[in-house]
Design a protein around this ligand. Structure first.
Ligand SMILES: Nc1nc2c(ncn2[C@@H]2O[C@H](COP(=O)(O)OP(=O)(O)OP(=O)(O)O)[C@@H](O)[C@H]2O)c(=O)[nH]1
Ligand SMILES: [Zn+2]
Length: 201
């Protein structure tokens, strides 16, 4: 048994094992009644394993890896990046959920801010793990608060879960909306301002 390492409340065993993933996909194909030796499936286990390495790349990253560039611009009002594409994987069914993330924060009084693209990279670090939407949302907010030390942060994520549309209850189009609000953004007026920026399309 390999000791797991803990990453923000999630655990991982630390490395991606391509051969093990390939064997597992081959076994899965047999289990569903397929023939993994037919021509069209010969390269599939290796291909799927590589795809999983990409889809779960966030397991080998820390938020500190992406929230590197910070500037002291002296801007101490809200910064909000909205409509960030999110692709993640439901940890219950290992099928995708996808949608949009909106990430905002009020910089510290010193005006410590990060590059705009880094907010989208931060979402990716956590989205590229086996996830539930609630945890993804709070991990993004909590790591922003920890690393940038802003006065407040808000993260709103809206996604369609394929486990609810392509199987199970089969309700295509249903959207799940989650939010995590920290610090001064909990103040009703500030929160309302952020929400109106997010909702106003
Ligand atoms: N809270 C939460 N639930 C999720 C998320 N992704 C999937 N789920 C739910 O996880 C639950 C798992 O329920 P189970 O009863 O164990 O699994 P199941 O029999 O496959 O459930 P059904 O999807 O209802 O067929 C389902 O209700 C999913 O909709 C998520 O990000 N957050
Ligand atoms: Zn699911």
């Amino acid at each position: 048994m390999i000791d797991p390492v803990t990453l923000d409340g999630q655990s991982a065993i630390g490395t991606f094992d391509q051969k093990r993933a390939e064997n597992a996909i081959r076994e899965l194909l047999i289990a569903v009644g397929e023939d993994p030796d037919r021509e069209g499936l010969l390269d599939t286990p290796a291909r799927v394993a590589r795809a999983y390495q990409e889809i779960f790349a966030g397991l080998w990253q820390e938020p500190e890896d992406v929230l590197t560039t910070t500037f002291d611009l002296g801007h101490d009002e809200m910064v909000l990046v909205k409509d960030i594409e999110v692709y993640s994987t439901c940890e219950h069914h290992l099928v995708p959920f996808r949608g949009l993330a909106h990430v905002g924060y009020i910089p510290s009084t010193s005006g410590k801010i990060t590059g705009l693209s880094k907010l989208a990279r931060l979402v990716d670090v956590y989205a590229r793990r086996p996830q539930v939407q609630e945890r993804l949302t709070s991990q993004v907010a909590d790591s922003l608060m920890r690393i940038l030390e802003p006065r407040g942060a808000i993260v709103v994520i809206e996604c369609e879960h394929m486990c609810m549309s392509m199987r199970g209850i089969r309700k295509a189009g249903a959207k799940t909306i989650t939010s995590a609000v920290r610090g001064q953004l909990r103040d009703p007026a500030t929160r309302a301002e952020a929400m109106s920026l997010i909702i106003g399309r």
